[in-house]
Design a protein around this ligand. Structure first.
Ligand code: UD1
Length: 345
């Protein structure tokens, strides 16, 4: 069976890495949605992912242009390679674009990893990408029971749904000796911000950065900065709002996990970081109104404050109220389970 997998943006690389140990001859297509060294190649090196067989080099663009550029180039690759099954991961534009291409090719199956995640907020481009991809897929691999139940509620045939676990967490077990052998004394807050709803409006970005900068006067804040956020800060002239934070370039996987694992708390608008923080029991304050990882909130490890930045201090004090954890910690064998299911097809 010929397997082809698609990656495009930073969160995709960590989800494909565990598969390469099982699908030895998998063809890897990189769409080029992310292209800076720190947003792409650093993950291939750090997680031992083989060089992609194809790079479509689409780069940044509006949603429609980026999606359509990926579609037209990806179709050529698929016609050339003739895979039996295509694996897409997560919820970025590359995931949607390639799913649409495969859905019109009747002899190729589509498998979606991290299927069924829902924030129930259709103003997020990722929510549109998730819903469409799931409804086009032949095999839907879910990280949690919540995700599987979402798919069942949407009328997707149960025989296509597999609760296999969270594949990104496989890496945390695989690299645990490197990640967990680091002692940084827990004395900083980790801050990440990249979502357009937080970064693309001057007033919103200003109020978030100003509040976190204020906190950083009492408590060190480490801020690995996403290129989108960096360019918005320059464009809006907000450099003074980050003058007390420790700003660093985006980090590779292992380095980021080391500092996450040791942080006192994380303030973020990322999706994946909520899950990873929960895994390490690191309190997470999420700058969003909704989450597709609701169990992290139920676990008492995640508080959603939207962009009402005045709630940060109140949120930090609430973390002392610990609740019973739900069992969503992974055993590091999600990729193996997915491999065994696909092999049987
Ligand atoms: C994308 C995903 C988002 C994911 C995030 C992780 C979509 C719709 N969004 O958002 O779900 O959480 O990746 O980072 O797919 N840029 C660079 N260098 C790069 C990549 C991006 O400078 O290597 C800059 C460009 O100015 C670009 C902007 O970042 O316009 C945004 O990049 P884009 O891929 O469109 O979206 P992200 O915000 O990264």
């Amino acid at each position: 069976m010929k397997v082809l997998s698609v990656v495009g943006a930073r969160p995709n690389f960590v989800k494909i890495a565990p598969l390469v140990d099982y699908f030895k001859n998998m063809v890897i297509v990189h769409t080029g949605q992310h292209y800076d060294y720190e947003m792409s190649e650093i993950f291939f090196k750090g997680l031992n992912i083989p060089r992609p067989n194809y790079n479509l080099n689409v780069g940044s663009n509006t949603h429609a242009k980026q999606t359509s550029l990926i579609m037209s180039q990806f179709e050529d690759v698929v016609i050339e390679e003739k895979p039996d099954i295509v694996i897409v991961v997560g919820d970025v534009n590359s995931t949607l674009a390639c799913s649409l291409v495969i859905s019109k090719m009747s002899n190729i199956k589509l498998a979606h990893i991290e299927s069924g995640e829902r924030s129930f907020d259709r103003s997020m481009p990722e929510e549109i990408n998730r819903i469409v991809t799931d409804h086009l897929s032949d095999y839907l691999f879910c990280s949690t029971k919540d995700a599987a139940n979402n798919l069942i509620r949407e009328g997707i045939d149960e025989s296509k749904i597999f609760h296999t676990g969270n594949i990104a967490l496989d890496n945390l077990l695989k690299y645990r000796h490197e990640i967990e052998n680091c002692v940084t004394q827990n004395s900083y807050i980790l801050f990440t911000l990249h979502r357009p709803s937080n970064t693309d409006y001057c007033e919103t970005l200003h109020s978030i950065l100003k509040a976190v900068n204020e906190i950083s006067r009492n408590f060190p804040v480490l801020f690995p900065i996403h290129p989108r956020t960096k360019s918005r800060i320059d464009e809006f002239g907000l450099q003074d709002d980050i003058n007390n934070m420790n700003i660093v370039d985006p980090l590779g996987y292992i380095d980021f996990m080391k500092i996450l694992n040791e942080a006192k708390c994380v303030i973020t608008d990322s999706g994946g970081i909520q899950v990873e923080a929960d895994y390490y029991n690191v309190p997470c304050i999420t700058l969003r109104d909704t989450t597709e990882h609701l169990y992290t909130v139920r676990n008492g490890n995640n508080i959603l404050i939207g962009n009402d930045i005045s709630r940060i201090k109140e949120a930090m004090s609430k973390f002392s109220e610990k609740r019973e954890r739900e069992e969503n910690r992974n055993d590091g064998r999600t990729a193996e389970r997915i491999y065994n299911i696909i092999r049987r097809i």
